[in-house]
Write a protein that binds this ligand. Structure first.
Ligand SMILES: C[S@@+](CC[C@H](N)C(=O)[O-])C[C@H]1O[C@@H](n2cnc3c(N)ncnc32)[C@H](O)[C@@H]1O
Length: 268
């Protein structure tokens, strides 16, 4: 196989502005809503305000806000946030959406009884230093004894490498045109990164238009993540292996961690 060297992503927030027009269309065919009930029930039990890290186009934020949870979403991509705003407006639902980076959260200390990190958002932090900054930032804005829910995407390091494979196709894509996703997957075991090079081709013939971008995710194991959470001042409440509450084991497809801010260690 001829290997076509791809670009090395410098940061995990890169690529999402270009991804934004296609994100909902792709996710309706992949992750769907499988985790939404879990987050909605948790938010219903704990109460708000709830902070969602990397809220994107509102796949999780919208149903939570609809369930009358007071929801604050933060994301670095203005294009992803614009999608979330459109969806909220269409649903006549309110949530506070903030543009910012999860490594330095722009909120007052001890604001949130619940912070959630769905769909592998912490794996968008490509270095230990960025992860430590994000965890310290969450520890600061979550209330003493408040909860931090983390969902890690388990299968990124197991993703088989391939090049230029058509992985999705539709007669009517997100902009009403025929669309195909041509994808390459690269593994960088040294940096523990999985890189998706995506090319969305819309239209046909001379009117064909391609949008290219790369997104990278870091492998984080459950044991490594729990250690880092403990170091940041959290105690582990539960490790779950599915969205119905089954306990986690290393073969589980879902890696969910519920961590509680240690009330005795709160620093301001
Ligand atoms: C996998 S999407 C998840 C979106 C949404 N939570 C969902 O479940 O569909 C990851 C999101 O995290 C955002 N993101 C990545 N790195 C970030 C960072 N350092 N600070 C804030 N947002 C970030 C991206 O812009 C993107 O919208």
């Amino acid at each position: 196989m001829i290997r076509i060297p791809g670009r090395r992503p410098r940061a995990g927030w890169e690529g999402w502005d270009e991804y934004a027009p296609f994100y909902d269309w792709e996710n309706a065919r992949t992750v769907g809503r499988r985790d939404v009930r879990f987050w909605r029930d948790l938010a219903g039990r704990v109460g708000g305000p709830v902070l969602e890290l990397g809220c994107g186009t509102g796949r999780v934020a919208l149903p939570l806000a609809r369930a009358c949870v007071s929801l604050v979403g933060i994301d670095r991509s203005e294009a992803m946030l614009a999608g979330a705003r459109r969806r909220l407006r269409r649903a006549a639902t309110r949530a506070l959406l903030v543009r910012g980076d999860i490594t330095s959260l722009p909120f007052e200390p001890a604001t949130f009884p619940l912070v959630i990190a769905p769909y592998g958002i912490l794996q968008s932090l490509l270095s230990d230093r960025q992860l430590a900054c994000a965890l310290a930032s969450v520890a600061r804005v979550v209330r003493p004894d408040g909860l931090f829910g983390v969902d890690l995407v388990a299968d990124v390091p197991r993703w088989q490498e391939y090049q230029h494979r058509i992985t999705l196709r539709g007669r009517r894509g997100p902009r009403g045109l025929p669309v195909a996703l041509v994808e390459s997957v690269r593994q960088d075991p040294r940096r523990k990164l999985t890189i998706f090079d995506q090319e969305y081709i819309e239209g046909s013939g001379r009117a064909r238009h391609a949008t290219r971008f790369s997104v990278a995710f870091r492998t984080l194991s459950v044991p490594a993540m729990t250690k880092r959470l403990e170091r940041a001042g959290f105690q582990i409440d539960a490790l779950l292996g599915d969205y119905n509450g089954r306990p986690w084991d290393p073969r589980a497809d879902t890696w969910l961690i519920l961590a509680r801010r240690d009330g005795d260690k709160v620093t301001r």
